[in-house]
Design a protein around this ligand. Sequence first.
Ligand code: THU
Length: 154
Amino acid sequence: MAELALEDVAGRVLVDHALEAARNAHAPYSRFGVGAALLLEDGTIVPGTNFENASYGLSLCAETVALAAANVAGQLRHVVAIGIVGGAIGPGGLIGDVPIYPCGRCRQMLNEAADLGRRDIVIYCASADGSVMRRHLLSELLPHAFGPGDLGLA
Ligand code: THU
């Protein structure tokens, strides 16, 4: 039997939840669906999906939506990992071969949770059907991050 690291199993579960969330993407303008799923310290999974509107630039990313939901629940400091999937919205689901990475703004949002929890956040980036998954750390994707410490708040 092939061995699967525990971390990869966590990634798979998060990516599956992200795929489920992406089914509710409201993306009639870009026709690009994104799903995200946060893993909290206690095992809770918090989903998010992108939410566009007619004033294009005001759209919300899936990761930001998930982080805001974690914040409402008072759980921002307990975020340990996130899974992200995305692709063009097709008739049978998302289309695309390459893993989706969080945009710059979402990396900054994730950094706020990482700073609060005093940890690095694991980021699983997956392709449209979840078949390609890459594991990264936030510190790799957002080196030299600007954070609360720079404002003298840490
Ligand atoms: N999008 C996300 O949800 N997350 C990202 O990290 C990158 C982009 C969304 C925003 C918009 O609804 C669509 O993808 C196309 O840019």
